[in-house]
Design a protein around this ligand. Sequence first.
Ligand code: G3P
Length: 245
Amino acid sequence: MEMMVAEERSEEGIEIGAGMGVKIETPVIVLNEKAYAESMGEKGFELAEMCEEVAVEKGVNIAICPQQVELALIASMVNIPCFAQHVDAVEPGSHTGFITLESVKEAGAKGSLVNHSEHRLKIAEIDFIIKKAVSLNLLTIVCTNNVAVSKAVAELKPYAIAVEPPELIGTGRAVSKVDPGIIENTVKEVKQVDEGSIVLCGAGVTNGEDVRAAIELGADGVLLASGVVKAEDPRAALLDLVSGL
Ligand code: G3P
């Protein structure tokens, strides 16, 4: 399949800011496909296409983080924003198996998750990635685990911060219900540092009520995985989730 460069495609849900490069519309649901068997290969494509269909049908903003090996193909297949799940703090060159921001750009992605709790980085690496992403007009969603880390990361000026208490990930116990303070305080601290930063939250978010609660607490959207990827009926699960936007 001919690789289409992102800029050649008209993008749904992507607004080209004046001189600001791309950005994502909010409130937004970002689906992280992780490395689940349920999101590998063809199943990953189906999930991405389903996200695009629901986004168009319901007029809501959904972005997706495909499995890394399918990023380029899925980014060329759908018109919703695609993000890498991870990038490495390296320049192009002899770095076997590493993922550069340049390759993510060439794949047609809008940016990348950074420092996910399942793929932590050093602060210097996060700083390198954020700076290089800006130079490449890519968006960074930097994952954090609490308010203090979110505040520190905000000083590096990422495009977005996604606060996720690791102990709630995959539990179905939503951060917006179990620990609303982490969302409220992260929003407050991050926006004090950088009013323009987007704040997402995640971990255990599985239904529309969890999403609604997160937004009422000040979040610009949610980052989630198992509530859709591992659902009996992923489309029904996603439709429930978007009802909270
Ligand atoms: O990247 C989002 C993820 O860590 C949240 O996982 O399964 O609790 O939605 P989950």
